[in-house]
Ligand binder design. Structure first.
Ligand code: NDP
Length: 288
């Protein structure tokens, strides 16, 4: 089984690289943005022609949520045109697309976990471009998986956990927003869930009717919910860091992009369809 990973140097891309040796039956091929620029259709086509992948994981994205407010064209190019190009290449080369999307497609006004059927209503440029990317894919191919996730962290790249650890090394006190609720996702858990989906799908390839019913949108994060403040508290606890941590309201930490107040993703579908086991967020944080 040949699997192409676009965005191979990002946080999820590196997490996939980290777990790849556990799956010797899969030939992973990781591409950074300099080798595979998803905004360039000819570049995508050339790589697909050469590799003939069974699956393409799109871990590439414009992820600078606040910067997107002042760079909407760039966010659109990567998150919409890039997703569209990969879908076109997948269609041409008979490749199954696994695309990663976000909880930021929702407005955060819910009070119970968002199902895959919940109506998206992004509040910022990043969320809107990610939603438009989902739609572009759905317009081009039927054989796709869109995995929406939230609050991704890992030992790789830039993320909230690493920012908290850096701040703790620089300061005696940190203030963190306590009125936005969501669920952290260990990027390695996400990578494993993606690979489980791929393996399951590969096993069903001979049974097309069964396979067709699997395609669509899925939600994946760790289990449970917390505020960013709770998340920071647990990060410091797990790392034995003693620091003055203060909860603050969103209003005390204004950002260019509005964040959803509540963005917990319901994971019943991925659990029941693929048997994916979802670890509790605190347990997963302790693993790091
Ligand atoms: P990162 O920002 O760590 O990685 C994104 C990668 O995309 C980078 O390596 C970047 O490469 C690459 N990239 C950017 N532009 C292009 C391009 N034109 N062609 C090819 N590659 C490109 O993101 P994550 O790994 O954290 O995110 C993975 C997915 O998860 C994304 O779809 C994101 O939207 C989604 N997500 C992430 C969340 C989070 O908290 N991080 C939360 C919810 C969803 P380079 O650096 O060279 O530009």
């Amino acid at each position: 089984m040949v699997v192409l990973v676009a965005g191979g140097s990002g946080q999820l891309g590196q997490s996939l690289q980290f777990i790849a040796p556990n799956y010797p039956e899969i030939a992973f091929h990781f591409y950074g943005s300099s080798e595979l620029d998803i905004t360039d259709l000819e570049n995508c086509d050339a790589i697909f022609s050469q590799l003939k992948p069974d699956f393409c994981i799109n871990a590439a994205a414009y992820t600078a949520v606040d910067k997107a407010e002042s760079e909407p064209e760039k966010a659109h190019l990567i998150n919409v045109v890039g997703a569209k190009n990969l879908a076109e290449a997948c269609k041409k080369h008979d490749t199954i697309l696994v695309h990663i999307s976000t909880d930021f497609v929702f407005d955060g006004n819910a009070s119970k976990p968002y199902t895959e059927e919940a109506v998206p209503n992004p509040t910022g440029v990043y969320g809107q471009t990610k939603l438009n990317g989902e739609k572009a894919i759905q317009d081009i191919v039927d054989n796709y998986f869109i995995i929406r996730t939230s609050w991704v962290y890992s030992q790789f790249g830039t993320n909230f956990m690493k920012t908290m650890l850096r701040l703790a090394s620089e300061r005696d006190s940190v203030s963190v927003v306590s009125d936005q609720i969501g669920t952290p996702t260990n990027a390695v858990d996400l990578a494993e869930a993606v690979v489980e989906i791929i393996k399951h799908t590969e096993n069903l390839k001979s049974d097309l009717s069964n396979l067709t019913s699997l395609y669509g949108i899925y939600h994946f994060s760790n289990e449970g919910q917390c505020s960013w403040y709770d998340f920071a508290k647990k990060i410091f606890e797990v790392n034995n860091i003693s620091i003055n941590l203060q909860p603050i309201p969103t209003s005390a930490y204004p950002t260019p992009a509005e964040r959803p107040t509540y963005s917990v993703l319901g994971k019943s579908k991925i659990k029941s369809v693929f048997g994916v086991e979802v670890r509790d967020w605190e347990e997963s944080l302790r693993k790091i």
